[in-house]
Design a binder for this molecule. Structure first.
Ligand SMILES: Cc1cc2nc3c(=O)[nH]c(=O)nc-3n(C[C@H](O)[C@H](O)[C@H](O)COP(=O)(O)OP(=O)(O)OC[C@H]3O[C@@H](n4cnc5c(N)ncnc54)[C@H](O)[C@@H]3O)c2cc1C
Length: 269
C-alpha cells in the first residue's frame, strides 16, 4: 500500500493531522513504526512527522524536568542534569537505536520493549497530549493507551531525582549488554530520613505494558531498607500481578526471578 508522508512545522498541526485520520500513524524515531511499514502488517496509509523544536526540547526548572516526546535516548545520555535517567536510557537497544528511539515512541512500545516507560511509571511522570488533549498521570495514560493511538504526545514531565539512592533501575536480560528484557524493574523510594514514604515500584515486560507492584509498595512504605524489609517486598512483589509467558521467558520463570531481582535492587542499589 502507498504511504503518504506529512511533515508539520507545528506540533498542534501534526496532532490535528493524526487525530483526523484513523489511517495515520505518528513517526517518532521510527525504530518500531518503520518495521511495521516494511512488513506491511498494519493497514495505515499516512505517516505524520513534526519538525517543531519544542518536540525535541529538554527543559528543567526548579525540581522538575520536561522531556519533549521527540527527545531521544542519546539526548538524555548527553544531558548531565538527567544522570538519574542514564542507566534507563542506556538500557534501550544499542547506540544506533538509542540515537533514534524517542521518549514518546517508548510510551507506545509493547512488550518486550518499554523499558524507559517502566522508569517513567515508577517516577510518577505526567503525559502531556498536544492540541487540547490536556495532561494525565502516566498510570491513567497507560491504562487508556490503546485509545490514545491517534493522540500526539507532546511531552512528559517528572520531578528530577537528586538523591541517587531514591531511584533505581535494573533490566534483566539473557543477552548482555543489549538483549531485550525478561523483565525490568524501576524503584522510586522517596522518604524523609531513612524511612520510605510513597514508594513506587514498576515492572516492565511482566505484562503487555509496564505495571506497578502494589504489594511491594505496601511492604516498603514507612520502612527503612534492610534485609528483612527487602525480603518482604520481594515476597509481595507479584501480589495481584499475572506475568506473561512469551518467547523470552515463561510465566513460571518470571514468577521465580522477579522477587529475587527486586530484593537485589533494594539491597545493592
Ligand atoms: C533492534 C531494536 C532494539 C530495541 N531495544 C529496545 C530496548 O532495549 N528497550 C526498549 O524499551 N525498546 C527497545 N526497542 C524499541 C524501540 O526502539 C523503543 O521502544 C523506542 O523508544 C521507540 O521509539 P521510536 O521513536 O523509535 O518510536 P516509533 O517507531 O517512531 O513509534 C512507535 C509507536 O509510537 C507512536 N508514537 C511515537 N511517538 C509518538 C508521539 N509523540 N505521540 C503519539 N504516538 C507516538 C508511533 O505512531 C508508533 O505507533 C528496540 C527496537 C529495535 C528495532
Amino acid at each position: 500500500m502507498a504511504i503518504t508522508v506529512e511533515t508539520h512545522d507545528r506540533l498542534d498541526d501534526a496532532a490535528r493531522a493524526l487525530a483526523s485520520d484513523q489511517n495515520a500513524r505518528f513517526h517518532g524515531g521510527g525504530t518500531l513504526v518503520m518495521r511495521t511499514v516494511n512488513e506491511g502488517d498494519e493497514p495505515f496509509s499516512k505517516l505524520v512527522l513534526t519538525r517543531d523544536p519544542a518536540y525535541r526540547e529538554i527543559r528543567s526548572s526548579g525540581g522538575s524536568v520536561v522531556l519533549g516526546a521527540g527527545v531521544t535516548m542519546s539526548a538524555i545520555l548527553a544531558n548531565r542534569e538527567l544522570s538519574f535517567l542514564h542507566p534507563v536510557a542506556r538500557s534501550v537497544g544499542g547506540p544506533a537505536i538509542r540515537s533514534a528511539a524517542t521518549v514518546g515512541g517508548n510510551l507506545f512500545a509493547e512488550a518486550p520493549y518499554g523499558d524507559f516507560t517502566t522508569a517513567l511509571l515508577a517516577l510518577g511522570a505526567s503525559v502531556e497530549i498536544a492540541g487540547s488533549g490536556g495532561q494525565s498521570s502516566i498510570d491513567d495514560w497507560l491504562r487508556d493507551r490503546d485509545r490514545n493511538r491517534n493522540r500526539l504526545v507532546r511531552a512528559v514531565s517528572l520531578d528530577r531525582v537528586s538523591d541517587d539512592r531514591s531511584f533505581r533501575f535494573r533490566k534483566i536480560s539473557r543477552v548482555k549488554p543489549k538483549g531485550v528484557s525478561i523483565l525490568s524493574i524501576a524503584a522510586y523510594l522517596p522518604g524523609s530520613g531513612s524511612r520510605i514514604t510513597g514508594a513506587r515500584i514498576a515492572f516492565g515486560n511482566m505484562a503487555e505494558k509496564p505495571v506497578r507492584s502494589s504489594g511491594a509498595e505496601r511492604a516498603l512504605d514507612g520502612q527503612s531498607i534492610n534485609e528483612q524489609v527487602a525480603e518482604a517486598a520481594a515476597a509481595a512483589a507479584l501480589d495481584g500481578l499475572n506475568p506473561v509467558s512469551d518467547a523470552i521467558a515463561s510465566e513460571w520463570y518470571r514468577r521465580e526471578v522477579a522477587g529475587v531481582h527486586l530484593k537485589r535492587l533494594l539491597i545493592e542499589g
